[in-house]
Design a protein around this ligand. Sequence first.
Ligand code: ZN
Length: 296
Amino acid sequence: MKTLLRISALLCASLLASATSHAALKALIVDGQNNHDWKGTTPHLKKYLEETGLFEVDVATSPDNKGDMSTFKPDFKKYKLVVSNYNGQDWPKETQAAFEAFVRDGGGFVSVHAANNSFPNWPAYNQMIGLGGWGGRNEKSGPYVYWEEKSAKVVKDMAPGSGGHHGPQHAFAIEAREPQHPVLAGLPTKWMHAQDELYDKLRGPAENLTVLATAFADSTKGGTGRHEPMLMTTTFGQGRVFHTAMGHAGGGKRTAQQCVGFIVTFQRGAEWAVTGKVTQKVPADFPTADKVSLRE
Ligand code: ZN
């Protein structure tokens, strides 16, 4: 009897161990329409999440722009995290409402690059992403937001004008503005990001917005001459949102998403969006202040 008890205790312990070591957080990547290479990037975004050992990842692909969007109804509430690799037609009202409820009730959301171009006319979505670009965005969408070096603070600028712009792609430095934030803690405060579009002139409600890191949009590279938000967080109800403006992919290239800085901040932002903490270690191949680092 004693032996039997001991065996069943051991069995329980090993079952518990396998349950806790198993990826416990369910994540969903949404895609299906994007003026970027979503087919080429979603599998990698999925792999990056899985590599953390934290996430089990599904993908929900919407109909294309000739299909029937009314059929697109992912069951968001099955998940702890939704990642958007989507930039396209409006979702049905029912799907929008379900997504709002998901984040409001505490779901995590990660917006990648052109996901912030999506849904210019969906107020709650713009509150979630904080800032967006293109799609007719202008001063009615909210302020421009950038980092002012001399006052060392974030500026909200209501000047009229269009939202969303970038110059030719190039490698550029990312500078931490909230280096103690869990997503950035332990990372170099300045690192080189691989060739990407440097989004500038983003505008949006910018409520509950924290600018974690910026990049200088050099006017000699077609930029604004301002320090533009690259990594951001917002809250929406009980939900946390991590927004990376980085990650252009197209024309058979996804260099910006091969950047170890992109990968690591994406992985850490995803964990933070779900738990409010980051347990991941900084990898040895993280870029430095003067050297880009790529994987694959
Ligand atoms: Zn792009």
